[in-house]
Design a binder for this molecule. Sequence first.
Ligand code: IFM
Length: 433
Amino acid sequence: MKRPTLRYGVATSAFQVEGAPEADGRGPSTWDEFCARPGAIRDGSDARTACDSYHRFDEDLLQLVDLGVDAYRFSIAWPRVQPTGRGLVNTRGLDYYDGVVDGLLLEGIEPFPTLFHWDLPLPLEEAGGWSARDTALRFVDYAVAVVDRLGDRVSTWATLNEPWCTALLGWASGVFPPGRREPARAWDCAHHLLLGHALGAAAVRAARPGSEVGLVVNLTTVRREQDGDPCAVDVVDAWQNRLWLDALGKGSYPEVLGEPAALRDGDLATIRGSVDWLGINYYTPFRIGAPSEEPAGVGQDVDAYPGAPPFSFRPRGPLTTMGWEVDPQGLVDTLQETAARLPGVPLRVTENGGAFDDDADRVGYLSSHLAALEACDVTVLDYFAWSLLDNFEWAEGWTQRFGLVAVDRTTLQRRPKPSFAWYAEHIAAQRGP
Ligand code: IFM
């Protein structure tokens, strides 16, 4: 069978680029509250202005056109659509996304929205966030509200972005909101996120038959260093990869993790088979060694892997400014392992990119990863570079630059970097004359 042609895109998320936290009736999100906590964000910054994409989407669109992408992956901010996370829909919030979708379509760019990229409405967080089953049900209402408005023009939907981060960074290591260190509840969150995804996906398909609904997960290949405990490798791999893939593919959770207390009869049957496609966000492989004092990369926190025997992350250079090892073969390994674990499910690379101060390194990162992807034996439908813009990197604040386009922090002026020109040329060259 002929392999489908790889399509190229670029990605952002609402909280990281939009700003305008009070505009048109938006309610507060858990990230607004978290940013205000002393010490929560590395540089003490916030995303109140961010890239001001809420008021400057036209400028972003010009960049997308110049880049020549097939698709733009962005996320919809739940607190704009339902300011308290439940009840009445705020049509003014949806108007913004209506404009984004229409603008993209006019330029022949496919809108590729994600419904939840971490910005939970604050009242839902205060009611227990994803540790409460009710949040999964509220997500369904929200998803239907969005699809009712945009589903006549959007056919491919991602439900959640990187639920591992929401559950484990939020509730086990506590470096993301709500900043808790309660591993048992992290497990419940992971389960409710999967349940919310599955129920939401079913509701989207019911509201708009023919929709293609997927989940975006941050997976990676897990390697053992000579002194690494194989059990630690197994537990890290289970939280990072198998939890999501086993639940989706087999309707079970990895034995080594046990079961979440929140699990109810029928939940896993609901989750099994709930994706039409899977999005993989890949940045770096993991190397697991014996415990050490050496610094690991951002987010590589042993506390985010409850139940693992003592271990450390041992990234090898070259590193990005996130401290993440650069390894294009890791992308290929991750794709191959995922394809074997979830056979028959179409795959997309929904994020890939590197944070660097020197843009030449970004060109090196993107070109080596794309070369590996284009040569590999796994069929992938789309590749989205992270990110279109330098943006707010969560707990790292404004210290990390992933963008193909720099954004002046004072004037908010957009300035494409050489990596932007490189990616535009690459896309054009792949399309041929
Ligand atoms: O910026 C994030 C994005 O929001 C989710 N995936 C990883 C990126 C880089 O850390």
